[in-house]
Design a protein around this ligand. Structure first.
Ligand code: SF4
Length: 174
């Protein structure tokens, strides 16, 4: 009897190794655009800081936004970015997120939460480009509706975490 044909394998998802360096790219990110956490990292950060998740969010974090290839917006959580008029615990829009701002955990050239830094920082893609976009989208996928629920309650804002095409705004508004 001839062997049965094997079902096709799903495409491989890229992996991004954890890096630790103190280079120009990393510093540029820390002083302009902090990386995103994965949802499960927020509790680890809160424990590291000796705070509750709510206190951690209100004192040190913010809801970030990114634009998907289809023009929809998706939200996730990042460290607070130091910019005039923005307070920790707030929600950033696309225009605001485009403006550079130092990560509130960056102090005298060092990351003060290095052990529990955002996954996107830990897997920094040097030089940006396609891999950086892919990494962001992988992290964005983790921020589904369920993961965003606590931050919806804390900010009292509508946040978009469902997969593209489901309950996401289709166009950015400026
Ligand atoms: S969390 Fe740390 S590594 Fe990430 S942007 Fe802030 S200072 Fe840099």
């Amino acid at each position: 009897m001839p062997p049965r044909p094997r079902p096709p394998r799903p495409p491989r998802r890229p992996t991004f190794p954890v890096s630790s360096c103190d280079c120009t790219d990393c510093r540029a990110a820390c002083t302009n655009s902090p990386g995103w956490f994965r949802p499960e990292q927020i509790e680890d950060l809160a424990e590291h800081l000796g705070l509750s998740v709510e206190e951690t969010f209100r004192k040190h974090l913010a809801v970030s936004v990114t634009e998907m290839p289809d023009g929809s917006e998706r939200h996730g959580v990042m460290p607070h970015k130091l910019r005039d008029g923005k307070k920790p615990g707030s929600v950033w829009n696309l225009d605001q997120i485009d403006q550079p701002g130092r990560c509130s955990f960056f102090d005298h050239g060092l990351c003060t939460i290095y052990e529990v830094r955002p996954d996107e920082c830990a897997r920094m893609i040097h030089g940006g480009g396609h891999d950086a976009v892919t990494l962001r989208h992988l992290i964005v996928e983790a921020w589904d509706d369920n993961a965003l629920k606590p931050y919806r309650l804390l900010t009292k804002r509508r946040l978009y975490g469902s997969p593209p095409g489901e309950r996401t705004r289709t166009k950015r508004t400026r």
